[in-house]
Design a binder for this molecule. Sequence first.
Ligand SMILES: Cc1cc2nc3c(=O)[nH]c(=O)nc-3n(C[C@H](O)[C@H](O)[C@H](O)COP(=O)(O)OP(=O)(O)OC[C@H]3O[C@@H](n4cnc5c(N)ncnc54)[C@H](O)[C@@H]3O)c2cc1C
Ligand SMILES: *[C@@H]1O[C@H](CO)[C@@H](O)[C@H](O)[C@H]1NC(C)=O
Ligand SMILES: *[C@@H]1O[C@H](CO)[C@@H](O)[C@H](O)[C@H]1NC(C)=O
Ligand SMILES: *[C@H]1O[C@H](CO)[C@@H](O)[C@H](O)[C@H]1NC(C)=O
Length: 423
Amino acid sequence: MGSLGNAERIDVVIVGAGIGGASCAIACARQGMKVTLFDQAPELLPIGDSVGFGSNSSKLFKRWGLYEDMWQVSSRANDTIMRNWDGKVIALDQTLATAEARYGYRGLLGHRGHYHRILIDHALKNGVELRLGQKIERYDAEKPSIFLPSGEEIVADVVIAADGVKSPGRTAVLGFEDAPIHSGYAVWRAYGDSSIFEGDPLVEEFLQKDCVNLWIGPDLHGFVTTVRNGKEINAVLTHKDVADIAEGWQFPGHRDEILRTIKDWDPAFVRVWEKIENIIDWKLVYRPCLDKWVTDSGLVAVMGDAAHPFLPTSTQGASQAVEDGATIALCLAKAGKHQIPLALRTYFALRYEHVRAAQQVGITQRDKWHNLHDKTTKKMMKTLDTSKGVLDSYSLWDHDAEKVVEDEWDNVSEQVRLQFGLP
Ligand SMILES: Cc1cc2nc3c(=O)[nH]c(=O)nc-3n(C[C@H](O)[C@H](O)[C@H](O)COP(=O)(O)OP(=O)(O)OC[C@H]3O[C@@H](n4cnc5c(N)ncnc54)[C@H](O)[C@@H]3O)c2cc1C
Ligand SMILES: *[C@@H]1O[C@H](CO)[C@@H](O)[C@H](O)[C@H]1NC(C)=O
Ligand SMILES: *[C@@H]1O[C@H](CO)[C@@H](O)[C@H](O)[C@H]1NC(C)=O
Ligand SMILES: *[C@H]1O[C@H](CO)[C@@H](O)[C@H](O)[C@H]1NC(C)=O
């Protein structure tokens, strides 16, 4: 914890208590700042399913004292097995397990709800004030302030909008509404108790010990992951989708449509979809990385999905939101209460190119997987280079967002100061 006197203590308001907002809250509180975190949800329910963190964000969790709790709810998987749609094994990747030796920290994979609960608990333990049931739609970028649904105005030194893909905070920053676009893909997803598969010879292999299984076919790729020593199972299937389904985490998916799509696939993958319950159809929204994250006043910034929604193939949406939060906190601590615009503009300067490149990884990864096969014969026409592992995003696991601020603050903040004529 920092030890700023009250007069110098930065008062931070964060809108959106998701993965990114909660991480930013923890990082700011650890620097001795006063943090209030607002969310529209009346209570925090474990909605959603699997989410992954690369070593680059798990290293931040370790520093912040959350890693052990997060590991307890994570998949124990060492192996990621990549298969062709017909079941033939293409590659065995052990990066999840070897990441510790390579990057110093494991990658983490588990249920978003479990991780979210841990983040919120640690935020509260670090003195963050959490206010639920507060949908924030109006901002005053000059003060800066936000308005609660009751009309009450909350003024702070700095306002961070971590309010996800549909962000009203983004509208406040840009001055106009910039809706996310449909990526042209949707994902069928389900997460549940694996006991329904006990004794099923096709699926039991996945339950013996935690594992990650990936199947690729023409314009399709799917995962089956087991968590908590095979007790929980998660299935996802990314497919082309032109229908205009509702955006959100609760739109039901139709089993018959899925089974038609994969009817001649690996019987193990088919069996998972025949039995798994509570399938949702999740529309993949996307937008190019915004090139403006900070208001003209320099006092309000967007972060996480509000600034840069990711495709799941990047496996980095959550990690990048955590890194944004860590970067904001350190920049604020370095600049101090009277230089908020310098802090936020340096945050943007330090993060923009990195995030943009990470976002692009998700697109090239999807296109690589989806175009290996002839679309009519389904024959694999190209070989995939898996010598560096099955995920291109491993290249990002070495990144250390806090070290970047430590190493580059003097130089980059000086350039920002000159560029914006800041004191
Ligand atoms: C309920 C839910 C379930 C999800 N499940 C998964 C999943 O299973 N797998 C996966 O890969 N990704 C999932 N995501 C998305 C994933 O969490 C993000 O892509 C990533 O972690 C980046 O986090 P973020 O903090 O930027 O955004 P998010 O995690 O989306 O958090 C945004 C937060 O802002 C709040 N909010 C939005 N608008 C307002 C407003 N006007 N006023 C106040 N608060 C507001 C939301 O309630 C939410 O808590 C889910 C997101 C949500 C909200
Ligand atoms: C992963 O590897 C570690 C270290 O070799 C081992 O202890 C553990 O049992 C393995 N876990 C699984 C699920 O295979
Ligand atoms: C500062 O940045 C400039 C250009 O961005 C670079 O050439 C220079 O090496 C950097 N200096 C330090 C000390 O990092
Ligand atoms: C963390 O690792 C991911 C790759 O998994 C990378 O995309 C990202 O840029 C890294 N984060 C940072 C801050 O470097």
